[in-house]
Design a protein around this ligand. Structure first.
Ligand code: MLT
Ligand code: MN
Length: 303
């Protein structure tokens, strides 16, 4: 199985268009110190020819231009694409807006929780995906679904929240969150498997047990510290309010998964405030010391 990191940043990307915070500024002026990153997405292939996208980012056009594996086969018909499926883990803009890039009459399947499919159905702009060509397939939690020949995904619910633009403050602390708003995926080609969880608010006991011994995990690395956006003057929101676990701290993912015996652990979906994005930072050194990698665009892994 081949895995390609198309985009390793959280919503907004790095640099973020309207931000001159330290990381965004360095990504513009000193890109060797803070390497630019596009928004959150993986591509996976069991055969090296047909690819499934795990989330479809607003940067998908650039991501396809940057990754020849995702471009039309030069020997194929005038219009062709190796992208045969898209699997969504939530309905946030950074994970669904790229569907609009895939609208030029190409047949593929969209797999998502019934909840996320209902969000797509309620947004008529996605009707540009011709229903005669683009099937919308419910991805029930706990059942392996074959998304391409030889490639199966199993969804599982993870702690998280409703998409930002659907938040309902009047609905209480959960903001109107429903089952299926945030899922993780186990992806398998029948020989090997990995877990992909780009959004997650908490590592509870069930999730910890599920991940124990995983050959490879891509995990929500949005923030290093829960209040870093507030401390940097970028936003008033904590990571917890955004539905994202932090790396550090007693409730952080470094502590929660310290004894999880995974062969490989990779942080993905880093927000532009996260100090691990700075090459050589103490925070980068700390996550590496604890056995984690920090994903970058173009990172390739084989299982
Ligand atoms: C998030 O991960 O919190 C969202 O991508 C936020 C957003 O949609 O901008
Ligand atoms: Mn996001």
């Amino acid at each position: 199985m081949k895995i390609l990191v198309l985009g390793s940043a959280a919503g907004g990307g790095l640099p973020q268009w309207n931000c001159r915070g330290a990381n965004s500024a360095s990504a513009r002026t000193a890109p060797a110190s803070v390497i630019p990153r596009t928004q959150s997405s993986l591509a996976v292939s069991a055969d090296g020819r047909s690819w499934a996208l795990l989330n479809a980012s607003p940067d998908l056009g650039l991501q396809i231009r940057s990754n020849p594996q995702l471009q039309p086969d030069a020997g194929g018909p005038l219009r062709n694409s190796p992208i045969g499926a898209v699997v969504l883990t939530n309905a946030d803009v950074d994970h669904i807006a790229g569907l609009l890039n895939l609208r030029e009459g190409h047949a593929f399947d969209v797999h998502a929780s019934p909840r996320v499919l209902s969000v797509l159905a309620a947004n008529p702009i996605f009707n540009v995906l011709n229903p005669a060509l683009v099937r919308r397939c419910p991805l029930p939690a706990g059942e392996p679904v074959t998304v391409l020949p030889g490639l199966a995904v199993t969804a599982f619910n993870v702690p998280g929240k409703i998409a930002l633009y659907l938040e309902n403050e009047a609905a209480g602390a959960e903001l109107g969150t429903q089952d299926g708003d945030t899922i993780g995926l186990e992806v398998s080609d029948g020989h090997s498997r990995f877990h992909y969880i780009p959004g997650c608010a908490r590592i509870d006991d069930g999730l910890k047990a599920r991940l124990r011994g995983s050959p490879l995990l891509f995990l929500d690395g949005t923030l290093f510290t829960d209040d870093e956006m507030i401390a940097q003057g970028l936003s008033q929101k904590t990571g917890q309010r955004m539905g994202h676990i932090s790396m550090s701290g007693p409730d952080g993912s470094l502590a929660a998964l310290a004894d999880s015996r995974m062969a490989r652990r990779v942080y993905i979906h880093m927000n532009n405030s996260n100090p691990v994005l700075r090459e050589g930072s103490p925070e980068r050194a700390e996550v590496i010391r604890q056995g984690w990698d920090v994903a970058y665009d173009g990172m390739e892994l084989s299982l």
